[in-house]
Design a binder for this molecule. Structure first.
Ligand SMILES: [Cu+2]
Length: 69
């Protein structure tokens, strides 16, 4: 089942941050699309298994862009 989740990521400061996050999340199997917005610091991810919220959050933390919870 496809899920869509939006993450607020305070460490986003420029387009490079969004590109870095997008590249990293696209490496995760099951991630269908990633869309980031610098002005809102939000990243929306569309995914299905084996990707999960836990896997996505862990990847974001690993590259130092932890989402606010
Ligand atoms: Cu940046």
């Amino acid at each position: 089942m496809m899920a869509t989740k939006t993450y607020l990521i305070p460490n986003i400061s420029c387009a490079h941050c969004v590109m870095h996050i997008t590249n990293r999340l696209n490496e995760i199997e099951g991630v269908k699309s990633v869309e980031g917005d610098v002005s809102t610091k939000e990243v929306t991810v569309e995914f299905s298994e084996p990707a999960s919220d836990e896997v996505i959050v862990a990847a974001l933390e690993e590259i130092n862009y932890p989402p606010r919870r």
